[in-house]
Design a protein around this ligand. Structure first.
Ligand SMILES: *Cc1c(COP(=O)(O)O)cnc(C)c1O
Length: 826
């Protein structure tokens, strides 16, 4: 163990450098020694033979030890202080890798590379060998992960609660241009970050029936499994505070049916176990439409009941009474996935703890709040009453009683309005009876928030307008944010260093300080530094593209990037239409001085979403055609980067010149990818939608490219009767582009491959691509011109970064604390 020998020299070191850096040097060396100890004792390999993945496990365990110390201290503080805690319930946490973030939080990041080098390991390879924790689909899950980072950093007494999926978001492979999903076995080599809490488990019951004994309900379930706690410590930055992400794993009550085993019936012996464990087996690979039906409902109830039992048990431990539960507990529902919290908390309080309905409701309605993430009615969950009756009979009873009381209240306020009653009812009665989880969440909530100003306004004007009338004070806005630690400091160290030079104060935890960059907006030397950093980031991405796809792209070209889930409303297809139009123009006039561009796409399509998958295929066919056309002389390249996930996103955002945020106005609730791009110095091409609007307000309208129909115009066009074919006939370019797609130009081996795309565009075009096409193409002409004026462009870049202060998730969490949870922050 040659490396322990270094400690002998520490005295010499101390004489050489100041005391603070001695502490730092000591901390780094101690950490390194701990890594080597874990490598030998837990991973079981020698430093000489260890591979990157083995170093990674050892390094994680060593970091986890240090976080555990912080965890114990934080827990003790919170128990002593008895302040209100925030509980963030989310079916998804899209965390990504933990290692770099942990090292940064522990202030060990700077020396890590040097220390690893001394033992012959490459830090970059070690970090790259960590699998992503991908327990989420997209923006909603990533938001939850950013929130945990901010809860810890702000020191908010808090827990995140979710599901420890055995298989997270599927991995995406592309074969012949087609998406192939493969299971994400992220736990294959264990999870060095988690603490299994073997003494923390709760029963989870399903099915059976409800009897009324002396008027009191008694639920006799037909199935019982267990939820077991696994904790991940989430470190805060510039603080020793941490928060906890407690994830539940399903297990059987009895691991083994011994009687069956003794009979030799081994299949039966293991059956209960596999049936139980099935509940936390897979993440539903869909973030917009409810599906997977019964198992999904089982999952939702599973993590809700375990989390609530845990919260109640903690409260009783600390206070010995439930009388003040609502003063000490704030529960946030991330979308409706945890909406069963409403009847479940009622059930726990009444059936298990003897509260009256009135007393229980008083508490529940002061504890729970709900965040809405979509304006599309079809994307708000509903559950057939039949399934609820079968799986959760007691909860259905409670939902009916909440509804009875609520509708009576509405009838008192708005007498005789039958239509209103049926619209706001918790039960949809048209067709198959269903429970409306959005309505249920609203009725029980202290506050209901949207996630960007426009979205919150539209929420009360459209889908929830009836509720806004009934509960005028309940609705509010909290605009989303992203953590500047992961999304600037860690993913873009070059830019972070430039910011360090220009900005006084700790911008990593006070992002508002970025506004100081404003004074350097026209500083030529700063522009040169920024260009160097951006070019290096583009080279890094180009190398990744070369390695993954074998495609060569020029880091000096303009990088135009659209990365996000593939969805029709996000309009990747509009982007493709523009690329094809540009291609047409270039081959018509190949000698012109075209701005070289690389158009980069990435994103997963839900496995059952045919149209989204067809769009992925079209991108690949267009890429094949364009990338191999010698007339273009490499001035236009199209790249689809497979398997979009957090760790890939961290390579992509810093390399972007242009950020594509082109959803149909009124459809993207907020977006957070838009924020990550702008924070990393990309200029947005965007519609007047979601948080794009607030980004425009903060960076200045001159520094963003806004195009297309506004929400009111979309609405008006829709009411007048939108006829996409007329737009097609009326624009020769658009017609030519669609004809190329329809005629099989990009798929000569199967000319009808993209007929379904052309058909939907010409007959329905639900998302108004054709109406926005001309404005979009024109905007990109302006982008080309602007990009060539380097000083002007870089001034805009600086003004973008400088204006992003408010988009820190620290600001977002501060607002939740103040306006919704009533929790003081320092
Ligand atoms: C930020 C992020 C998202 C959300 O992107 P939008 O553009 O807001 O839809 C989705 N997936 C990953 C991996 C992200 O990092």
């Amino acid at each position: 163990m040659k490396n322990f020998a270094r400690f002998a020299n520490r005295g010499v070191l101390m004489n050489k450098i100041g005391s603070e850096s001695v502490d730092q040097a000591t901390a780094s060396e101690q950490y390194q020694a701990s890594v080597e100890r874990h490598l030998s004792n837990d991973v079981g390999v020698s430093a000489e033979n260890a591979r990157a993945a083995e170093w990674q496990r050892a390094a994680s365990m060593a970091a986890r030890d240090k976080l555990a110390e912080r965890w114990v201290k934080t827990q003790q503080e919170d128990t002593n202080n008895q302040e209100r805690r925030a509980y963030y319930l989310s079916a998804e946490f899209l965390i990504g890798r933990a290692m770099s973030n942990a090292l940064a939080a522990l202030n060990l990041d700077k020396d890590f590379a040097t220390e690893m080098k001394k033992v012959g390991a490459e830090a970059a390879d070690v970090l790259e060998s960590e699998p992503d924790a991908a327990l989420g689909n997209g923006g909603l899950g990533r938001l939850a992960a950013c929130f945990l980072d901010s809860l810890a950093t702000l020191g908010v007494p808090s827990f995140g609660y979710g599901i420890r999926y055995e298989f997270g978001m599927f991995s995406q492979r592309i074969v012949d241009g087609k998406q192939i999903e493969t299971p994400d076995n992220w736990l294959a080599f264990g999870n060095p970050w988690e603490f299994p809490r073997r003494d923390v488990f709760y029963p989870v019951q399903y099915g059976g029936w409800v009897d009324y004994v002396n008027g009191r309900p008694v639920w006799t379930p037909s199935e019982r499994i267990l939820a077991r706690a696994y904790d991940m410590v989430i470190p805060g930055h510039s603080t020793e505070r941490v928060t906890t992400l407690r994830l539940w794993k399903a297990s059987a009550l009895e691991e083994l049916d011994l009687a069956a085993h003794t009979r030799g019936d081994y299949f039966r012996a293991a059956e209960a176990r596999s049936k139980a464990e099935n509940v936390s087996w897979v993440l539903y690979p869909d973030d917009s439409t409810p599906q997977g039906r019964e198992l999904r409902l089982r999952q939702e109830y599973f993590f809700v009941t375990a989390s609530l039992q845990d919260i109640v048990a903690r409260h009783l431990r600390e206070f010995g009474t439930l009388d003040n539960l609502h003063e000490k507990v704030a529960i946030q529902l991330n979308d409706t996935h945890p909406a069963l919290s409403v009847p479940e908390l009622m059930r726990l309080l009444m059936d298990d703890h003897g509260l009256t309905w009135e007393a229980a409701w008083y508490q529940v309605s002061r504890i729970i709040s709900y965040t809405n993430h979509t304006l599309m009615p079809e994307a708000i969950e509903t559950w057939p009453v039949g399934i609820m009756q079968y799986l959760l009979p007691r909860h259905l009873d409670i939902v009916y009683e909440i509804n009875r009381r609520f509708l009576a209240e509405v009838e008192r306020k708005f007498p005789g309005d039958k239509a209103l009653l049926s619209r706001v009812s918790l039960i949809a009665e048209d067709g198959e009876k269903r429970v409306r989880m959005g309505n249920l969440s609203i009725v029980a909530s202290t506050k209901v928030n949207g996630v960007a100003k426009l979205h919150s306004d539209l929420m009360v004007q459209t889908i929830f307008s009836d509720f806004a009338k009934i509960f005028p004070d309940r609705f509010t806005n909290v605009t989303n944010g992203v953590t500047p630690r992961r999304w600037l400091s860690q993913c873009n160290p070059g830019l972070a260093k430039l910011v360090d030079k220009k900005v006084k104060g700790n911008w990593r935890v006070e992002l508002d300080k970025l506004s100081q960059l404003g004074k350097s907006a026209e500083d030529k030397a700063f522009h040169a530094d920024l260009t160097k950093v951006k070019t290096a980031n583009k080279e890094r991405l180009a190398a990744y593209i070369k390695r993954e796809l074998g495609i060569t792209v020029d880091p000096n070209a303009l990088f135009d990037i659209q990365v996000k889930r593939i969805h029709e409303y996000k309009r990747q297809l509009l982007n493709v239409l523009h690329v094809i139009q540009r291609y047409r123009e270039m081959i018509a006039n190949p000698e012109a001085d075209w701005q070289p561009r690389v158009h980069i796409f990435a994103g997963k399509a839900a496995s059952a979403y045919k149209m989204a998958k067809l769009i992925i295929r079209l991108i690949h066919d267009v890429a094949r055609t364009v990338n191999n056309d010698p007339r273009l002389k490499d001035r236009l390249k199209v790249v689809f980067i497979p398997d979009y996930r957090v760790s890939v996103a961290e390579k992509i955002f810093p390399a972007a010149d242009v950020s594509e945020q082109i959803s149909t106005a009124g459809t993207e609730a907020s977006g957070t990818g838009n924020m990550k791009f702008a924070l990393n110095g990309a200029l947005t091409v965007g519609t007047w939608d979601g948080a794009n609007i607030e980004i425009a307000e903060n960076v200045g309208l001159d520094n963003i490219f806004v195009f297309g129909l506004r929400t009111e115009e979309v609405e008006k066009l829709s009411q007048e009767g939108y006829n996409p074919r007329a737009w097609y006939e009326g624009n020769a370019d658009l017609k030519a582009v669609l004809d190329m797609i329809g005629n099989g130009y990009f798929a000569p081996e199967e000319p009808t491959r993209y007929q379904p795309i052309v058909d939907t565009l010409l007959t329905r075009d639900q998302y108004f691509l054709l109406a926005d096409f001309a404005a979009y193409v024109e905007t990109h002409r302006q982008v080309d011109v602007a990009y060539r004026d380097r000083e002007q462009w870089l001034t805009k870049v600086v003004r973008n970064i400088a204006g992003m202060g408010m988009f820190s998730s620290d600001r977002t969490i501060g607002e939740y604390c103040q306006r919704i949870w009533k929790i003081k922050t320092k």
